[in-house]
Write a protein that binds this ligand. Structure first.
Ligand code: FAD
Length: 391
């Protein structure tokens, strides 16, 4: 039985129906054959795997993020496990996919009119149009709910956007960027789909990242960018609507964090079985086994949590605090797990070629994006006490 070797000790994949299981197996084969081989090189070179878009389309999985009767029914367990499998191989790839399918398509799914969904989701499901999501700004990160500086001003049949966004994944090449801005008329946050080539829109790649180097992030400048009223997300009237998108994607990060931990654990286990010191495999030493057991315990605890989260979501019962708890817990357990994995590899733990190093570095970004550990903890704290500690 390979449950321990593959980081699926309690067999959570057995919860899928046979069709879903076949789909997940296809995704796994693609990840192993097509994503894993170049992941280290792409990370070093700072390259996003844009060339894989046609193959991702052919996997026929992106529709399950659309939650739309026109495209495909959504299975939260399957989407979660796909995200986990992606991050298990390459967290940059998982982020590239997640920004498009989770954040950008999710904004349109949660906040678009039926007409807007019809217009944008089908080409996004087919990866003919790639999406990005612009909320964070150079001066506004955790405090986005209160103080976005990017403004939207209504002018006849269109809107004029001015401001800057930072950290925006996929934005250097995206066809559609969802921009969140504060309406100067009433101070409410609204969402706008800015299409590639809009005059006044520029996106420059951020240099010098030490995590998730295999996916590009951009610094965006919006200088009087004009978008038609038809591109204003019809059902986004305040930050509460943005938060509906983030609830789902935070849950998604909990799944990817679990996957990132599994990837590091697998690298550590393989290395421990291979590497010999004192004339025997280091896997035979008690202290190494203890680290591996603790990694597997972290992974298994996270899986228990995210599987239950998916069930709550399926029943439309998942709330913000429950998603925040999973994001906070799974990223914390991941951060601990990847550090133990790096430790098992000794000096080789900091070399990209042995695998663990990439997961170790990437974990830092997963820990802080989509709401830092602190902010997610405070969302849970508010649910526990009724007091908001951050507003
Ligand atoms: P800050 O908000 O400045 O926080 C700094 C520190 O202060 C943190 O430790 C934080 O927890 C703490 N802090 C802040 N407020 C409080 C408080 N009230 N109480 C206690 N502690 C507090 N954003 C997008 O919009 N789109 C993207 O595609 C995107 N991709 C990203 C990809 C990567 C690799 C990274 C690193 C970030 C990405 N982000 C993206 C931005 C990300 O969501 C923010 O980095 C995150 O929300 C934190 O904001 P900040 O970095 O400005 O930190």
């Amino acid at each position: 039985d390979s449950g321990a070797a593959e980081g699926d000790f309690y067999h959570v994949k057995d919860l899928l129906d046979p069709d879903e299981r076949a789909k997940l197996d296809r995704v796994r084969a693609f990840l192993v054959d097509r994503v894993a081989p170049g992941a280290g090189e792409r990370w070093e070179a700072g390259e996003t795997p844009l060339g894989l878009r046609d193959e991702i389309r052919d996997l026929d999985i992106t529709g399950t993020w659309a939650d739309d009767h026109h495209i495909a029914p959504r299975s939260y367990l399957l989407t979660g496990l796909i995200g986990m499998e992606m991050a298990r191989v390459d967290a940059s790839f998982a982020t590239f996919f997640g920004v498009h399918a989770g954040l950008a398509m999710g904004s349109i799914r949660e906040c678009g009119s039926e007409e807007q969904k019809e217009r944008w989701l089908p080409p996004m499901v087919r990866w003919e149009k790639t999406g990005a999501f612009g909320l964070t700004e150079p001066l506004v990160g955790s405090g986005a709910s209160l103080g976005l500086l990017t403004t939207a001003r209504r002018d006849g049949d269109s809107w004029v956007l001015d401001g800057e966004k930072k950290w925006i994944g996929n934005a250097t090449f995206a066809d559609l960027v969802v921009i969140w801005a504060r309406d100067v008329a009433d101070d409410q946050v609204r969402g706008f789909v800015v299409e590639k080539g809009a005059p006044g829109f520029t996106a420059r790649a951020l240099e010098g990242k030490i995590a998730l180097r295999g996916v590009q992030n951009a610094h965006i400048v919006l200088d009087g960018v004009r978008v038609p009223e038809a591109n204003r997300l019809a059902r986004a009237d305040s930050f509460r609507d943005t938060a509906r998108v983030l609830k789902v994607t935070r849950g998604g990060v909990a799944w990817s964090a679990t996957g990132c931990a599994i990837g590091a654990y697998e690298a550590a286990r393989a290395y421990a079985l291979e590497r010999e010191q004192f004339g025997r495999p280091i896997a035979g030493f008690q202290l190494v086994q203890d680290l591996l057991a603790r990694m597997l315990a972290n992974i298994t605890a996270c899986q228990g949590m995210v599987v239950r989260m998916a069930a709550l979501h399926e029943q439309h019962r998942l709330d913000d605090a429950q998603a925040a708890l999973a994001k906070m817990f799974c990223t914390t357990r991941m951060r601990e797990t990847v550090a133990w994995a790096r430790e098992v590899l000794g000096g080789n733990g900091i070399l990209l070629e042995h695998g663990a190093a990439r997961f170790f570095a990437d974990a830092e970004a997963l820990y802080s994006y989509e709401g830092t550990r602190d902010m997610n903890s405070l969302i849970v704290g508010r649910a526990i006490t009724g007091h908001s500690a951050f507003v």
